[in-house]
Design a protein around this ligand. Structure first.
Ligand SMILES: NC(=O)c1ccc[n+]([C@@H]2O[C@H](COP(=O)([O-])OP(=O)(O)OC[C@H]3O[C@@H](n4cnc5c(N)ncnc54)[C@H](O)[C@@H]3O)[C@@H](O)[C@H]2O)c1
Length: 399
């Protein structure tokens, strides 16, 4: 962006595009590229490099040397892509990549017929020779995962579900902004993550100043954000009448102070609003927001402040999906059942046991199971899902 006086002019996208690398084209002509990928049955290691009309071969990452190496002795990056794609079913209907290149163009139908014959010979070789070459290479994993190249912010990442999500997302190639009320716990999470470049942030999600400042730092560090998970939360607060209820003084609603009720709303609904508002400013055109509700918000099982706050998160998710859909930003909620985390470890066994007994799968869920749900919603695997909730609850709630 060029800033002149008080007016800002956005430079045309073409000006920022990497120049066509004619040297690369000489080293590895596009037709040869296509034939190679077609004959092996393996997608182009750098699909963004190959255009059907042969126009685009650019850097990064397509430096001539990279292409030559990929052609003769495949680089570890390229091998990792092949290795991962070999283990997944090929999407035969996916004729265009994000770069607009057609991988299975009818123009190359003769190549495909020949490829069908050659493929069975080459694939076992590729699996046997190429796969072991990248085993244990963390860099290749970061290039390959379902969130490769994405920046993800997770609130409440110093414990339980947030930490499990941070670990899972980093495994899938994301760079993590781990946030927690206690910075030290977020930092502990960062130290456990695969790869470099992750950062820990402190602050209270219900404090507007804290959150505006954190997202400004995220902007400063990475210039953008692709995934936002609004996970931070509590299930109890001082003054919410829980202790008194347990002592038999009456129902919790009559014993709950308004301050505790408001604070619960501020953390869950307010924090979700503040973080989403700031996050989508950094998302440009496209991104995924995941909010944490609960079966308490779906069914009313839980104290009134917690159930109200989690219900509000669902309402927010639905309304925001309608506003943000036009920008390609999806927002979905997870409404977990009883999950084994420090939050539930605090809960009295007498309260937890009946819930577990009523769960058809007969156990509590694990943080990793919820993290997998979050990964699905954060990744492009859920690209046509927005404004919805999904409930990993072992069958406890079926609505
Ligand atoms: N564990 C469950 O069974 C369960 C079920 C349904 C929903 N949830 C929801 O999932 C989310 C994560 O729960 P968990 O089980 O991992 O709990 P947890 O207590 O293990 O982790 C919550 C984290 O959020 C942080 N946090 C709390 N208040 C904060 C604030 N104001 N600002 C920033 N960070 C704050 C805490 O420090 C903690 O690290 C919560 O929103 C919770 O309500 C949990």
């Amino acid at each position: 962006m060029l800033v002149t006086g008080r007016t800002a002019t956005v430079a045309p996208a073409t000006a920022a595009a990497p120049p066509i690398n004619s040297a690369a084209r000489r080293v590895f002509p596009v037709r040869l590229w296509w034939m190679t990928t077609t004959f092996t049955g393996l997608p182009a290691p750098f699909p963004q490099c190959a255009s059907r009309e042969g126009a685009v071969l650019h850097s990064p990452p397509c430096r001539p040397t990279t292409i030559a190496v990929a052609c003769v002795t495949p680089s570890s990056r390229c091998v990792a892509r092949w290795q991962s794609r070999l283990s997944r079913p090929r999407a035969r209907t996916d004729t265009k990549g994000p770069d607009g290149c057609s991988r299975y163009s009818p123009q190359w139908a003769p190549d495909r017929h020949l490829a069908r014959a050659v493929r069975p010979l080459l694939r076992p070789w590729a699996v046997a020779v190429l796969a072991p070459a990248t085993r244990g290479d963390p860099m290749s994993r970061r290039d390959e995962g379902r969130l490769a190249g994405k920046v993800a912010c997770i609130t409440g990442a110093g414990s339980g579900l947030g930490r499990a999500m941070a670990l899972r997302f980093a495994e899938e190639g994301a760079t993590i902004a781990a946030q927690d009320l206690r910075w030290e716990t977020a930092d502990e999470t960062v130290k456990l993550l695969d790869g470099d470049g992750h950062r820990a942030f402190g602050g209270d999600v219900s404090d507007e100043g804290d959150m505006v400042s954190m997202f400004a730092q995220i902007h400063g560090a990475w210039g953008r954000l692709d995934v936002q998970v609004n996970n931070a939360g509590v299930s109890r607060l001082p003054g919410d009448g829980f202790e008194e209820m347990m002592a038999g003084e009456g129902s919790q609603i009559t014993l709950m102070g308004y301050a505790a009720f408001s604070k619960m709303m501020a953390i869950h609904a307010g924090g979700t609003f503040l973080c989403t508002r700031e996050a989508v400013k950094l998302m440009g055109e496209g991104g995924s927001v995941v909010t944490l509700s609960s079966i308490a918000g779906l069914s009313g099982w839980g104290p009134v402040h917690y159930s109200s706050a989690k219900g509000a998160v669902l309402g927010f998710t639905r309304a925001a999906s309608k506003e943000l859909g036009g920008r390609g930003i999806r927002i979905n909620a997870i409404a977990p059942g009883v999950i084994d985390t420090p939050m539930t470890a605090d809960v009295d066994e007498a309260m937890l046991a009946p819930l577990v007994m009523m769960t058809p799968l007969g156990r509590q869920g694990t943080a990793e199971e919820v993290a997998d749900t979050a990964l699905f919603l954060a990744s492009s695997e859920s690209s046509f899902i927005t404004g919805q909730w999904i409930s990993p609850n072992g069958g406890l709630i079926t609505i």
